[in-house]
Design a protein around this ligand. Structure first.
Ligand code: HAM
Length: 442
């Protein structure tokens, strides 16, 4: 009944949160429960070890940034800026945004901390939550976690594009994700792209009545995004659209050729997709995305990135070559689950401490703290239960290998019983020796 009432209240005032909302995460946001944690731990471990192998340093930027940072860099006519940013005004009147992506904040930090004055290029990686007000579906959330790798400064060398791709390929391989496909394209530079975009606009103008409403708008404000539409009618039209490769200037063609040759050198397979564009406007030349070819649970791109040589300039810095990419951790997990990827769990020995009687309970509590400090070992207990049987049942459920049991007799004699929970064998040892005994058995 109470539920019905809250529903009524909700109808009256949709923006007013009611009790039923207190028990839910906001739409598109999720709790990560302990049962999910092994995936996160595994991914974290792989990311950190690959970052170390490739010489990347971790950077952490705030979750809130000035909204203008994203408006200036991602492009005004992008979904990210037009529809997806979480904006808030502070009491002081600043317009801030929950960061929707990590590249612009890294570029901001590069300038703010004058990282261009130290050894170049700067190789940075980050891992953390991003926020996009999208329509949630499998693999598409409003709070998402990205790991990004960025190379800023130094030479404008195609080998860095290949290195970023190699890093992500390595991460996917270490996570044992199968059927991975890399799509790659070049979207040219300031000198060759405008000519291609005019060609694209002319081509799509001819089909103006057939394309979807979104594409009609894109045709005027962001023609590149015409190539990204998933509506059937628009997809058909795309098939005959002008190919950017025919319009690349010689420097961009050479750059693409070099990237592909580096990938060939290190044995990374790719598919050249001349219609691949990205949802953010700061890219030039190389763009890429990795997909897992899944029959079910298709989540779209697992990761994407590219070169963004103008971004530092957009922010007021001097021309600085840069390239990077980011993967969505939640998407990786969807695919890992779908491909039934399991990883070996740590088989560390677990110790369970049980007690019989009030005095033993206090001693057991002290013993547990002492063991945690001196043996650095995971201890579990159920001291709130009085029955030894009930406590040992918990030890069994938690797959503990040893139980330490303290009863009245043991307290008087200053001993403790060590029971091997597999064999059932037990012995009594002096409490004063327990740390050495446990260390011996671990
Ligand atoms: P992005 O393609 O917008 O690029 O996002 C990168 C990845 O984040 C996607 O491939 C996807 O795995 C994940 N992702 C994006 N949106 C969502 C969502 N709503 N729910 C779940 N996962 C999502 C960027 O953000 C660029 N900053 C990448 C980059 C780094 N380019 C150069 N350096």
């Amino acid at each position: 009944m109470a539920f019905k009432r809250t529903k009524k209240i909700r109808k009256k005032n949709k923006t007013q949160p009611t009790e039923e909302f207190i028990l839910r995460t906001p739409k598109g946001m999720h709790d990560v429960l302990p049962s999910e944690q092994p995936y996160w731990d595994r991914i974290n471990k792989v990311i950190r070890s690959v970052a170390e192998l490739y010489g990347f340093g971790e950077i952490r930027t705030p979750i809130l940034e000035f909204a203008l940072l994203f408006q200036k860099t991602a492009g005004q006519a992008t979904d990210l800026i037009e529809k997806e940013m979480y904006l808030l005004k502070t009491r002081g009147g600043d317009l801030l945004a929950l960061r929707p992506e990590g590249t612009a904040p890294v570029a901001r930090a590069y300038l703010e901390h004058k990282l261009g004055r130290v050894a170049q290029p700067q190789k940075l990686y980050y891992l953390g939550p991003m926020f996009r007000h999208e329509n949630p579906q499998l693999g598409r959330y409003r709070e998402l976690t990205q790991v990004g790798f960025e190379i800023l400064g130094g030479a404008n060398d195609a080998l860095y594009d290949a290195q970023i791709i190699a890093i992500f390929r390595r991460i996917l391989a270490e996570l044992k994700i199968k059927n991975v496909k890399l799509k790659i394209n070049s979207i040219g530079c300031r000198s060759c792209r405008p000519q291609y975009l005019r060609l694209l606009q002319n081509y799509y103008s001819y089909y103006e009545k057939e394309i979807c409403a979104d594409c009609s708008r894109r045709l005027k404000v962001n023609p590149f995004r015409l190539l990204d539409c998933n509506k059937e009618a628009c997809k058909e039209i795309k098939e005959e659209a002008p190919n950017i490769l025919d319009k690349l200037c010689s420097a961009c063609s050479r750059h693409l050729k070099d990237v592909l040759e580096y990938l060939d050198e290190i044995g990374i397979a790719y598919e050249l997709d001349n219609y691949l564009v990205r949802g953010l406007d700061y890219y030039n030349r190389t763009v890429f995305e990795f997909f897992a070819e899944e029959e079910k649970n298709n989540v779209g791109a697992l990761l994407g990135g590219g070169r963004y040589d103008y971004l530092i300039e957009f922010l007021g810095g001097k021309s600085t070559p840069a390239v990077g990419g980011a993967a969505g951790i939640e998407r990786l997990i969807v695919v890992m689950k779908s491909q039934e990827i399991v990883f070996p769990q740590k088989s560390s020995k677990k110790i369970f401490v049980a007690h019989v009687g009030g005095l033993a309970k206090k001693k057991a509590f002290t013993l547990i703290e002492r063991l945690r400090q001196e043996c650095n070992v995971a201890i579990s207990e159920m001291l709130s239960k009085d029955s030894l049987k009930a406590q040992l049942k918990v030890a069994d459920r938690e797959s503990a290998s040893l139980a330490l049991i303290l009863g009245q007799k043991e307290i008087y004699e200053e001993n403790v019983i060590i029971r091997d929970l597999q064999s059932g064998l037990q012995e009594t040892v002096p409490l004063s020796n327990i740390v050495e005994e446990i260390k011996k058995r671990l």
